[in-house]
Design a protein around this ligand. Structure first.
Ligand code: ZN
Ligand code: FE
Length: 251
């Protein structure tokens, strides 16, 4: 397995750095400068770039990285990805630093969005966040609900390496949806302590998300009731998800 560490970028993005010896891969390099700084300092050679979706904060650094290292670029075949050499549509098994990664199609935030799973490490871009999920820029609520259900079915010990530090704000919303959920109250305290100490809240575990993330809890009666009060057309997971997502957009 490779080692995983975060390269913070922009205001709240995480570029995930995977290393094995002096070999490196990065996930969603929205900005080249912090990646070049880290790789140069550590004497690492970039072999592989993994892109989850086409938004600029996830691939804006690819062009400049490729001028320094002739890396393979994996990403969604259906989206416009700079320097893409290995187009993917989901369902593939690929090799990165000689580690097997499964490619999971997770349409919703964008239509071609991919997640990458290596052992218990899930790189899910802007699909699943700490206590939240990505906005539906391109997909339908039903697509995103199905994508999140795929991720929710992974082992609960999976680590969620999402692309943004949004957990604290997301938990404020989660608490509105489920005011009496003790796991949310505990996580609010943990996250406040970590942020107060300047620490990241990512990765979380899928177990944390299953217990506190309203978007993975669309079948829980309290969440169904909260969604009904916000105009969910019925109690189906898709309708509950759609109502909670619309509520979050306005929150
Ligand atoms: Zn995005
Ligand atoms: Fe993003």
């Amino acid at each position: 397995m490779f080692e995983i560490s975060a390269i913070p970028a922009f205001k709240d993005n995480y570029i995930w750095l995977l290393t094995r010896g002096n070999r490196a891969a990065v996930v969603d390099p929205g900005d080249a400068a912090p990646v070049i700084a880290r790789l140069s300092r550590a004497g690492l050679v970039l072999e592989t770039v993994l892109v989850t979706h086409h938004h600029a904060d996830h691939q804006g650094g690819v062009r400049e990285l490729l001028t320094r290292w002739p890396a393979a670029v994996f990403g969604p075949a259906s989206e416009s990805i700079t320097g893409l050499t290995c187009p993917l549509s989901g369902g593939e098994r690929i090799s990165v630093l000689d580690v097997a990664l499964d490619v999971i199609p997770v349409p919703g935030h964008t239509l071609g969005h991919l997640a990458y799973l290596a052992g218990d490490a899930l790189f899910c871009g802007d699909t699943l966040f700490g206590a939240g999920c990505g906005r539906l820029f391109e997909g339908t609520p039903a697509q995103m609900a199905a994508s999140l259900a795929l991720l929710a079915a992974l082992p609960a010990t999976s680590k969620v390496y999402c692309a943004h530090e949004y957990t604290e704000a997301n938990l404020r919303f989660a608490r509105m949806v489920e005011p009496d959920n003790p796991a949310i109250a505990r996580r609010v305290e943990e996250v406040a302590a970590r942020r107060g100490a300047g620490l990241s809240t990512v990765p979380s575990t899928l177990a944390d998300e299953l217990a506190t993330n309203p978007f993975l809890r669309c079948a829980v009666p309290v969440v169904v009731t909260a969604a009904a009060a916000r105009g969910a057309v019925d109690a189906s997971p898709e309708a509950v998800f759609a109502a909670i997502r619309a509520w979050r957009n306005a929150f």
